[in-house]
Design a protein around this ligand. Sequence first.
Ligand SMILES: Nc1ncnc2c1ncn2[C@@H]1O[C@H](COP(=O)(O)OP(=O)(O)OP(=O)(O)O)[C@@H](O)[C@H]1O
Ligand SMILES: [Mg+2]
Length: 423
Amino acid sequence: MTAEYKADTPVSTGMTVVTCGLEPSFLRALHEHIENYLPFVKLSSAYDSVDNLSAAVDDVEADVALLSLDQVTNAAKDQDELIEAGFKKIILVTKGLDPFHTRVPLREPYVEMMYERTPMRIIAERMVTFESSAPSRLYTNVHPENEQTETGKNILFYSAKGGVGKTTVCLNTAVQLSQKGYRILVIDFATFGSVGLQLQLPRQERGLSDIIGALEQPSIGTEELNQVIQSAVTSVEVHGHSIDVLTAGSAMKMTSLDLKKTDAILEGIQDSQYDFILMDTSSDLTEKNIALMSSSTDIMFLTTTDLAANWALLAALDLVDTLNKPMQNRYLILNHYQDALGFPVPELESILSMNISVVIPDKYEQIQGYANRGILIAEKSNLKLNRHYRQVAHLISPVFTAKERGERGGKKRQKQKKGAAQT
Ligand SMILES: Nc1ncnc2c1ncn2[C@@H]1O[C@H](COP(=O)(O)OP(=O)(O)OP(=O)(O)O)[C@@H](O)[C@H]1O
Ligand SMILES: [Mg+2]
């Protein structure tokens, strides 16, 4: 059975897409997306078998095939047949996540596999992309070099959904790093910033308000801006170590942070002598966050076992992929984890195409109990939870000793080595 879809007349340089075995609801969403956003694409006939699909290249001069993985009986043979037929791109659409585990060997770069429930925007973008690497678009002009150095990193804590734990993880990680003797600056870029509150700083602390105010002046020089930045920084003593902090400005001021202003702040801070700059922010895809994502050497993506948080994250990751940051480190942190939920961690990793680096358990009473009293978990060094924040810190710079890493006889072996060198 073939079903025709009415589509705009393609322009001569257009592209023809054929499908096979896809659900009507998926086809409708695809059709709608193409009609609204991809006028150069013609969605042609839907075919009912891989063999008939192969013939489509001649019949309708098709370029791209989207077919349900259910239609594929012999992965190797069917892929070869479609490539041989002349398709420039083949997308296998899967209803389940198992195929990602069993790893159907894909004939790259022609064939890609995508999950049926991935947002159509992302599927459609992959459909019309003929290179395996994503196109590089420049969103901001601040690109600090990310050499494999131990210090000099700008680390952004981001989640696509709010309340996932960015601030909690950012601050506890900062304390863990400061305890290793590093010079740390925490910047609160959140619209409704709460770093100052968490650290019990006076409400009228100046922070980013002053800097944004200075940037609103018609002609502020670099020198002048650097001075404003320096005097806007507050030093806080946490658990015997000092951390520098730039608190958020008023929500109105924070909302005015566009690409240009955010870049200017980041540029001003580049010159400062911090080992690590940890940036907390809010969960939106505004120009401010795009600038922060572009400038950071490391992004810690926070998520939870909440499906909505992960769908939103998928879209954010897709956007980050377009940023021209080949050296950027990206990590996924699963917060609020509850064993009892039986959440399928490996499946989440498949959907997001990212490994989870750290899993932090859900300990609301403990974390909130201390937070309400203005105490960070990192200040209670005997709490087991700290191990997880140290794991996050360890992604930035090694904080665990050999013994803590479970390397047997760490010190003893070092001594032996020394002894061997002397003889
Ligand atoms: N592992 C955890 N277990 C239980 N509660 C947690 C955990 N981590 C953070 N919380 C609590 O969850 C709430 C949200 O945390 P936090 O403010 O750090 O999130 P956020 O992502 O910064 O939020 P926002 O998007 O509003 O800035 C807080 O009440 C915090 O105490
Ligand atoms: Mg926060």
